[in-house]
Design a protein around this ligand. Structure first.
Ligand SMILES: Nc1ncnc2c1ncn2[C@@H]1O[C@H](COP(=O)(O)OP(=O)(O)OP(=O)(O)O)[C@@H](O)[C@H]1O
Length: 303
């Protein structure tokens, strides 16, 4: 049974189609990335998964429980870390986490609450009022809140937006541990390096539609091949090579070009063309394309 199944989900805000028939499923134990530019519909989809918003059509289920008709069962299996920080300022961190446990009918939950606080470096702040915490600390509490009931499926909506390196590392260490222990993780992030390092599979959303759905490694291999990055000390890129440029703004901005190559044998003719044009190479490296290159290609609709 899928940890998360999304079937033909549609959502419209007046004339705007925010989700135009989204379908994918996430298997138990996966670390799954939901990627897309601003406005692609990621948060809308997460609100529907969390039962905070209703789809106009389609269904979502968590471990076989429909998020509308079987809301309580679905919700008890799900932990959501939302993007926005909303708290009751009068409670301490520990009180906030105890109350959240209460929502799920858990009374003697202090051992797990202590463990979660410890893993998120929150122990020192256990008795501090929420209003006295910094933004980064509040974000840690938001993560802790989503985990108090040890949900098998954990959804994180841009948990590292604007947070410092230390929190990112703390968070990923803990989330990766939970994933190793069998929890399913669904992550949205704009940090594609982070997604590439953590997610074994990703879906890319564009204007409310899934435009790519595959293993991270297959996407990188299938779409981009390798890249030859050349910096020119003299001359400009000959016209014959311009179709190979991966990032169109490089044609405007300068002397460094990222050229797509499918095979190593493509490199030789590129160098010959450059030599014949009189260009002088200052620096050159062959690199594997990364998820960001794939993302740019897909979002520009080049494929
Ligand atoms: N309550 C709402 N009323 C009207 N339009 C909305 C509402 N919520 C979202 N939208 C619109 O729906 C589209 C999808 O928004 P959504 O927040 O789901 O995107 P997102 O992929 O999460 O973007 P971001 O990366 O910026 O968080 C956007 O065009 C947004 O303006």
């Amino acid at each position: 049974m899928a940890a998360l199944q999304i079937l033909n989900v549609e959502k419209r805000y007046k004339s705007l189609q925010a989700l135009g028939g989204v379908t994918f499923s996430v298997e138990p134990g996966e670390f799954f990335g939901l990627l897309g530019p601003n406005g692609a519909g990621k948060t809308t989809l997460i609100s529907i998964i969390a039962g905070l918003s209703r789809a106009d059509a389609g269904t979502v289920s968590i471990l076989g429980h429909d998020v509308v008709s079987d809301y309580r069962e679905a919700r008890s299996r799900l932990g959501v870390v939302p993007q926005e920080l909303v708290f009751d300022p009068f409670f301490t961190v520990r009180e906030t986490l105890r109350m959240q446990s209460g929502y799920f009918g858990l009374r003697k939950n202090d051992a797990w609450i202590d463990e979660v606080m410890d893993n998120l470096d929150l122990t020192d702040k256990a008795d501090t009022n929420m209003r006295a915490l910094s933004g980064g600390m509040k974000r840690r509490v938001l993560v802790a809140q989503a985990l108090v009931h040890k949900p098998p499926v954990i959804v994180l909506d841009e948990p590292t937006a604007g947070v410092d390196v230390e929190l990112r590392q703390t968070l990923w260490k803990f989330i990766s541990r939970l994933n190793r222990e069998g929890h399913t993780i669904v992550l949205t992030t704009h940090y594609l390096e982070e997604a590439q390092a953590l997610c074994n599979r990703v879906a890319m959303l564009k204007a409310g539609k899934v435009v790519a759905l595959d293993k991270t490694s297959s996407l990188i291999r299938r779409i981009s091949g390798s890249q030859l990055v050349v910096s020119l000390a003299r001359g400009t890129l000959p016209d014959a090579l311009k179709p190979l440029v991966s990032h169109p703004d490089e044609l405007v901005s300068g002397s460094k070009y990222t050229l797509r190559v499918n095979e190593y044998s493509d490199v030789e003719p590129i160098l010959a063309t450059l030599r014949q044009s009189g260009a002088v190479i200052e620096d050159m490296q062959l690199q594997q394309a990364d998820l960001e290159d794939v993302f740019i290609q897909i979002m520009e609709g080049e494929k």
